[in-house]
Structure formats: structure tokens, C-alpha cells
Design a protein around this ligand. Sequence first.
Ligand code: C2G
Length: 127
Amino acid sequence: MKTVITYGTFDILHIGHINLLKRAKDLGDKLIVAVSSDAFNRGKHKSSLLNYENRKTVVEAICYVDMVIAENSWEQKIEDIQKYKVDTFVMGDDWEGEFDFLKEYCEVIYLPRTEGISTTEIKTDIS
Ligand code: C2G
């Protein structure tokens, strides 16, 4: 049983998120997604349109996702990897290199982002 984990806000879900989650699931048997809490988003200077409960419920409904936990801090990743016996940590390559310190705990993979779509662009288009 290979466990994969990824982290993110997942506000206004779109194909870029789904492509990431599908490829992450394809890397193992179980995919855990840590969804950023509203407070953590504020810390990332990132305001989400949808609150945590809404974003969590949407991500939980995705067929590739086996479990959703809250992302409350930058520091929790090592604890999460140990607690859930994670084999592979995955992020989009806009984070390339940012999480290489996790390589002593598990495999770290950065996947190419889906070009041409972002929640920021969507929010701009609808505002
Ligand atoms: N993503 C992607 N392609 C896009 C948009 C997003 O592959 N067009 C990926 C991102 O690279 C990330 C995931 O989808 O791996 C979630 O993206 P966000 O919700 O924007 O997450 P972010 O704000 O980057 O938070 O501790 C890590 C942070 O919580 C990541």
C-alpha cells in the first residue's frame, strides 16, 4: 500500500487541480489531500472565495481522493508524513524545490502545472 500526499487551497476547483490529483493518485494506492484552512490561507496571503468546509467537502467528493485532512501550518508536513506513513509527497512544479527538505522522509515529486488556468484568473474573469 503506497500512500501519496499533497497540499493546497483547492478554491474554485478546476481542471488544473483535477489533473494534479489524478496524477498524484496514479503514483500510489491511497491519496491524502491536506486542504489549507481559512486561517492558514490568510497566512499565505491567499483569500479563498470558498471557506474550508466547502473546499474540504468538494475535494472529498473527487474519485481520486481517499482522505482529506486540514493544512494548518507550513510545519505540519513532516508530522503528517510520519503519522500517515506517506511514501510520496507531490506538488505542482510552481513549488519546485520548496519542499526538497522532505526528501529525508519520503519521495518528493513536483508535477508540471496545467497551463492556462488558475483560480486567480477565474476570480479575475468573474469579478
Ligand atoms: N495546480 C496545477 N495546475 C494549475 C493550478 C494548480 O497543477 N493550473 C496545482 C498546484 O501546483 C498545487 C495544487 O494544484 O500543487 C493546488 O493548487 P492551489 O490550490 O493553488 O494550492 P497552493 O495555494 O499552491 O497551496 O503547503 C502547500 C500549499 O498549501 C499549496
